[in-house]
Every structure is written in structure tokens, then in C-alpha cells.
Design a protein around this ligand. Structure first.
Ligand SMILES: [Zn+2]
Length: 218
């Protein structure tokens, strides 16, 4: 894959998709390639949404492992145990490294798309005893504000038509299928719960249909 195909301009559903840069990214799991993408949002020239494709190996053959991951500052940077995001990202990188090929599409959709400040406000409400979905609703947001069309557009840009998707979330499978990407398998990306994350994960299982076992260790 060329590293100089800047602004290739693959057309997506809501606006032009630009591959801004493609660079080597050595990680503790191996030598990945990091591709930065931007997509125009609507007609305004200033508004873009951003995502990274973190790629390992040659993805042109078969159905590679794919993880569509939404940014979680608290879980990934600070090791928060309120959610499973940090562990899920690590699991995905490990699984891809083990196979020697696959990719993570990393989107800036903090707090299921509501942003960091609103996520902290939602945590504050959850501290008072309501669940993650009720908290989003109390703040005037949908339970899940995310739109996975950018991830689908990136897969189309990379000429990936079939994937094995690392997710517990049925919405992600549907979103890709609706966008013309065949999900030949859904593979679990399950991090064992902790006492801190259990209520959050139970809500995801019961109210959002996530495929989770939720057995506390010991
Ligand atoms: Zn999280």
C-alpha cells in the first residue's frame, strides 16, 4: 500500500474521505502501519471527523480480523475500571498480532459519541445510582450516539469487503452489513468484569444486546 496516496478522495456516505498520512507504527505487539483518515462532515469546509486505521500485515486476502474501537480516554490512558475499553483494545491488538494480520479502526467517539465532558457528567449521575443508558437520556443524549459509517468507509477505501469482526456489539455487525461489508464471523472481544465495571457491562448486555458472559473471577 502506497504511503503517498494523500487525499485519495474515496467517496463515503456523508462526504469525501481523505487518507491524510500513512506511517510505520512500531508497537509492543509488532510493526503496524498507522493511517490517518479525515472525512468531511456535511457541506461545511471546516468540519471533519477523524479516525485511525492501525494495520498489520497484508489485508487483501481472505477476511481479516477487524476491531472498530471508540476512544475512551479514562479507560485507555488512566486505566479506569468503570468500563472494559482499555482491555478490549489490548485484546484486539493481541489477537491481530497473533494472526499476523488485521486492523483496528480507532474512532474519536468518546463516551459512545457524547464527548468527554458529557461522559464525566454521565458518570456523576451513575454515581448517584442510575445506569449508563438512563444517564445518557438524562443528559439529553441517545443511549449510543455512535455512527459506524466512517469505519465502513475506511474499510471500503482499503478494499476490504469481508471481515471477521472482534466485537460483542450487534449494532456494529449491522452497521457494517448495511454498508455492504460482509461480516463472515463475529468474534467475542470480552474482558472479564470487575466489581467496578459489572453494572455498566450488565446494562450493555441487558439493554443494548451485547453478547457478554459477565462472570466475575473467583
Ligand atoms: Zn471506556
Amino acid at each position: 500500500m502506497s504511503t503517498h496516496e494523500n487525499r485519495t478522495g474515496a467517496t463515503a456516505q456523508t462526504g469525501a474521505l481523505w487518507r491524510i498520512a500513512s506511517t510505520r507504527l512500531p508497537t509492543k505487539w509488532g510493526m503496524f502501519e498507522a493511517m490517518g483518515y479525515e472525512r468531511d462532515v456535511g457541506t461545511g469546509a471546516q468540519n471533519v471527523e477523524t479516525a485511525l486505521a492501525i494495520v498489520l500485515g497484508d489485508l487483501r486476502q481472505g477476511a481479516p480480523l477487524v476491531r472498530i474501537h471508540s476512544q475512551c480516554l479514562t479507560g485507555e490512558v488512566f486505566g479506569s475500571l468503570r468500563c472494559d475499553c482499555g482491555g478490549q483494545l489490548k485484546l484486539a491488538m493481541q489477537a491481530i498480532a497473533q494472526e499476523g494480520r488485521g486492523l483496528v479502526i480507532y474512532e474519536y467517539q468518546e463516551g459512545r459519541g457524547i464527548g468527554l465532558m458529557a461522559k464525566l457528567q454521565a458518570y456523576e449521575l451513575q454515581d448517584a445510582g442510575i445506569d449508563t443508558i438512563e444517564a445518557n437520556h438524562a443528559l439529553g443524549f441517545k443511549a449510543d450516539f455512535r455512527d459506524f459509517s466512517l469505519a465502513a468507509a475506511i474499510l471500503h477505501d482499503l478494499r476490504i469487503k469481508r471481515v471477521r469482526l472482534l466485537t460483542n456489539n450487534p449494532r456494529k455487525v449491522r452497521a457494517l452489513s448495511d454498508a455492504g461489508i460482509e461480516v463472515v464471523a463475529r468474534l467475542p472481544c470480552e474482558v472479564g468484569p470487575t466489581v467496578h465495571s459489572l453494572p455498566y457491562l450488565q446494562t450493555k448486555k441487558q439493554k443494548m444486546g451485547h453478547a457478554l458472559n459477565l462472570e466475575l473471577p473467583g
